[in-house]
Write a protein that binds this ligand. Structure first.
Ligand SMILES: [Zn+2]
Length: 509
């Protein structure tokens, strides 16, 4: 048992890697202030992340409340929006600085890391496994290491081995990120106050679940969540990670992770939940519309509704490594001559700059979007009226951001016929209604809203929607993972629920 002023290092290294994404990841993506606040060092970590729906905020608020004498030692926090593999040099540079700063804070009683769990670096496919390994090597076996994870984590045995506790958010959309940080603190506190090392149990499922069918508001995820909460009364912590199904490595698969003071309780809880997930394999399904079908159905529903119909452009989600500039849904809205329809966020810094140069009220000719090389997608040429321009500094108030400043970069509302396009200069997922409002669009007054998001949009948009339709227009995050060119999954993994098993192609010698 530990007493007195305990020292806890706090750090973070966040990236959700879509190994199939056409969007490269660079050091600048970690350094720029956009959806993530750039690289934070020392006290900056606490100042920038202490508030809003952030794991570090939840962790700190519990520490201050429950153990006001304990000393948080802020080290380094780095995060970038989802994109392709993190170059080895970028990964090494950030990790080395994180480890050095943790070293400088020693001696320590505990380490808390804010991780995602689906980072893939060239040379380190299991990036979080490597992070936790290096931190464990540094601090030794007796210092508690606890991390929070996104449920889109692809949890590896190495991650479990080199940490004492991995605690995942429970919800998707992730409205409980800060709460997860608080749970992580309480887990660490239990370890330090009792002097115990919890027993662990990891179970992995053998099929991939499309992200679009993972939201916790829909079946069977709602039931799985309910069951998990009931099981938690028997253990210290239980987490379910339905996986990030666009990461080409063997631990890309759903996982259940339980911790308890004795091994039997941890194993029993993990087995029970893993069996439940496996039993529901055939239930992770839903209707996916082709773009034309989605717009026709939305128009049919909207005719009798005062509230907008939401169409999710699920395959072009920048929050999953999508380019956020594909034009498939926009073309379909224009072809159907929709009125009072809006789409966003379409990433096109050149178009936003052209709109700013021309000014509000001007008509400009653009080849809009379609510049990222996504298969089946091209720029959309047309004349657009510049309805509004803005610097893109938005205060996001929905249930995910919970009141933080988000930089969308120079932005514009462009109108073509009855369709408005919200163009941004940073790639940010449309998960907050304030992004439409910043472009002068009242979302509740539209007939149709197209959002470039897979599921997070539900948190802020579902309450104002007459209905939600999921559409599969061209994009870098296929709704059906079977369509991806897998090479390194574990043999036998079904690439969608009840789908065909993956077989590695034997190399020709
Ligand atoms: Zn996630």
């Amino acid at each position: 048992m530990k007493k007195g002023t305990l020292k806890i290092a706090i750090g973070g290294f966040i990236h959700e890697t879509n190994t199939f994404s056409p969007i490269p990841t660079t050091m600048a993506d970690f350094m720029n202030d956009g959806e993530c606040p750039g690289i934070l060092r020392g006290e900056e970590v606490i100042h920038r992340l202490n508030g809003g729906n952030e794991s570090v905020a939840g962790f700190l608020s519990s520490l201050y409340k429950l153990q006001p004498d304990w000393l948080p030692m802020a080290t380094l926090w780095a995060g970038a929006a989802p994109s392709a593999a993190v170059p080895r040099s970028v990964f090494e540079q950030i990790l080395e600085e994180l480890v050095t700063r943790i070293k400088d804070a020693m001696p320590l009683d505990g380490v808390y890391l804010d991780l995602h769990g689906a980072m893939f670096s060239e040379g380190y496919p299991d990036a979080e496994g490597e992070i936790l390994y290096r931190v464990r090597q540094l601090v030794g076996p007796d210092v508690a290491i606890v991390a929070s994870l996104d449920p889109h984590a692809n949890v590896s045995p190495q991650m479990v081995e080199y940490s004492d506790g991995l605690i995942a958010y429970r919800t998707y959309p992730h409205v409980d990120v800060a709460e997860t940080g608080s749970r992580a603190f309480q887990f660490l506190e239990h370890m330090l106050l009792t002097g115990s090392k919890p027993s662990k149990s990891l179970r992995q499922a053998d099929f991939l679940i499309p992200a679009v069918f993972q939201p916790t508001s829909i079946a069977p995820n709602d039931k799985i969540l309910e069951h998990m909460l009931a099981l938690e009364s028997n253990v210290l912590s239980i987490s379910y990670c339905p996986c990030f199904p666009a990461s080409d490595f063997p631990h890309c698969r759903p996982a259940v992770l339980a911790y308890a003071d004795d091994q039997e309780a941890a194993s029993c809880a993990a087995d029970t939940l893993a069996e439940l997930v496996q039993r529901h394999e055939g239930d992770f399904v839903g209707r996916l519309y082709q773009p034309g079908e989605a717009v026709a159905e939305a128009l049919r529903i909207a005719a009798d509704e005062s509230r907008p119909v939401i169409i999710a452009d699920v395959q072009d989600n920048p929050g999953a490594g999508g380019s956020s500039d594909t034009t498939g849904m926009l073309r379909t809205l224009i072809a159907a001559k929709c009125n009072d329809a809006a789409i966003g966020l379409l990433f096109d810094p050149a178009a936003a700059a052209a709109a700013h140069q021309a000014g509000e009220g001007a008509e400009i000719r653009l080849a809009l979007g379609g510049k990222s090389g996504v298969e089946g997608d091209t720029p959309l040429e047309g004349n657009f009226i510049v309805e509004k321009i803005s610097d893109g500094a938005v205060f996001a108030t929905g249930p995910i951001f919970c009141g933080v400043d988000v930089a969308l970069g120079l932005m514009a509302c462009l109108r073509i016929g009855g369709v408005r396009v919200v163009v941004s200069s940073n790639r940010v997922q449309m998960l907050d209604t304030s992004f439409f409002r910043a472009a002068g669009i009242a979302p509740e007054q539209q007939n149709i809203l197209v959002v470039k998001s897979t599921a997070h949009f539900r948190a802020d948009f579902a309450p104002l929607a007459a209905d939600i339709l999921l559409a599969a227009a061209p994009g870098a995050m296929p709704a059906d993972p079977t369509g991806l060119p897998w090479r390194n999954l574990a043999p036998g993994i079904r690439t969608r629920p009840l789908g065909p098993p993956f077989h590695p192609i034997a190399s020709i010698t």
